[in-house]
Design a protein around this ligand. Structure first.
Ligand code: SF4
Length: 453
């Protein structure tokens, strides 16, 4: 089935009753539509002429006038209207290489696709872009682009990414900057590899591209217990994590004086590894790097406290919350704070140890259904269990290890509510205003995209 075939037409959109599912979108205003990027870009204007091919093979034209920027409301056979681009790297720290065997196939797919960066915030490495694709990003002004930089020293980046083209990244970024494209950057920091002087150079090089480079996050390398045959990497100790946090903080102070922004931020996890308190919420400016766990816990706290000010009395039904080791202390703190206000709040927090990947992995988003079941079976979970919605994949009905949400609920004998990573939603759920429990969809798209390359 060609990927430009329309699967669904929004009946509240500008093409309601004018375009049918099963028709293929060929061009918009004479521009060929090859993928979702073309579709989004060329359908932005107010006056459009669509060229469609019916299932019977007839070509027909549809003229449409709509507000500028309004989406046409079409869904296609696949999200990208194309295959996602696979990465061409062999990064020494690749998390996907550290997955255990036997997981579903899509977990092992290594995407590295500029379109996913723009549309879904995925991080890309720039190592698989052809000159034509670079020009297309510039011409279509695809912005922002999220880039996994790791190091700007060409030799070091080439070694870390295991790709001879990796050293070209800074030149490509300079071209993007000259074209006015905004970039958010990520540095996966590996002790002894790209910290210290290498990190100092990377931060300086990225600072030189400000304001095109809008933000930079520094996240600690994630190491699972499945590293047999992979390059040897050193995990962060408290001392080495502290060194990186201090280095980034000093650099951020300098940026604040010179640019009016800190520019570079450490993830919450790095502060935790360093045994240092998280900075206050205001430190994180516009929270641009939340997806990388930068300032996420402080924002959760601020949202929760704000929601608590206006919350009605809780329903008094006993509940439990399960989360990873990284977020557990903050969730405990929020529960305590809510109890200070409403004594009858009857909840408890369970910290789930990550046996699946290894105890060094502490984020809630990598807690599996198997660990949840084995560690909570027989425990007092109250009348409902709240988890982070980040634990779920594939249309939000399965855990990472393919355990369906419904099976986990059945095994634990309690309804499980996935709560959005938002302090207001967490406050609501604690007080009895519950999110819907997602149900499996018959036509869920199988592809999962890995956001943090
Ligand atoms: S870390 Fe990302 S870019 Fe590197 S090998 Fe893995 S999937 Fe590819």
């Amino acid at each position: 089935m060609p990927r430009n075939v329309i699967r669904h037409v929004d009946q509240n959109g500008p093409l309601a009753r004018r375009v049918r599912p099963g028709e293929a979108l060929l061009s918009v205003n004479g521009k060929l539509i090859r993928d979702v990027l073309d579709y989004k870009y060329y359908s932005y204007d107010r006056d459009l002429l669509l060229e469609l091919r019916t299932p019977e093979g007839k070509i027909r034209l549809v003229r449409v006038r709509k507000p500028e920027g309004l989406d046409l409301g079409l869904d296609f056979e696949t999200y990208l209207m194309d295959r996602p681009r696979a990465c061409a790297n062999r990064c020494v720290f690749c998390f996907i290489d550290q997955n255990p065997p036997g997981m579903r196939k899509s977990i092992y797919f290594k995407d590295d696709d500029a379109r996913l960066s723009f549309l879904m915030g995925c991080y890309i490495t720039l190592t698989n872009l052809t000159e034509r694709e670079i020009m297309r990003i510039i011409d279509l002004h695809v912005s922002p682009v999220n880039i996994s930089v790791h190091a700007t020293d060409p030799a070091l980046r080439t070694a870390m990414l295991g790709n001879p083209r990796a050293g070209e990244a800074l030149d490509i970024m300079r071209r993007f900057a000259a074209a006015g494209i905004t970039m958010n950057c990520q540095i996966v920091c590996c002790p002894g590899l790209n910290d210290g002087a290498a990190l100092a150079r990377t931060m300086e090089d990225l600072k030189a591209l400000y304001p095109a480079v809008r933000s930079v996050s520094v996240v600690p390398v994630g190491l699972t217990r499945y590293r047999d045959g992979l390059p040897q990497l050193t995990p962060f100790s408290e001392g080495s994590a502290r060194g990186v946090v201090e280095q980034v903080t000093q650099f951020g102070n300098k940026c604040m004086e010179e640019l009016g922004t800190r520019l570079v931020f450490c993830s919450d996890e790095l502060y935790q590894k360093a045994g240092l308190p998280l900075p206050p919420d205001g430190f994180y400016e516009e929270h641009v790097q939340l997806e990388n766990g930068v300032g996420m816990l402080r924002l959760l706290e601020a949202e929760f406290e704000s929601a608590l000010c206006t919350a009605d009395a809780p329903d008094g039904v006993p509940f439990s919350i399960a989360t990873g080791a990284a977020a557990a202390p903050m969730i405990e703190k929020l529960l305590f704070s809510a109890r200070e206000k409403y004594g009858k709040l009857n909840g408890r927090v369970y910290t789930i140890r990550n046996d699946f990947f290894g105890s060094g992995v502490t984020v809630a988003g990598l807690v599996t259904g198997g660990d949840l079941i084995s560690q909570l079976r027989g425990r007092d979970l109250g009348a409902r269990l709240l988890i982070s919605a980040d634990m779920l994949r594939r249309e939000e009905v399965d855990f990472l290890d393919s355990v369906p949400l419904g099976d986990a609920a059945e095994a634990l004998g309690v309804p499980i509510y996935p709560v959005a990573c938002d302090g207001g939603a967490l406050c609501d759920a604690m007080f009895g205003i519950l999110p819907e429990i997602p149900q499996p969809a018959a036509d869920a798209e199988e592809t999962e995209y890995n956001k943090y390359n």
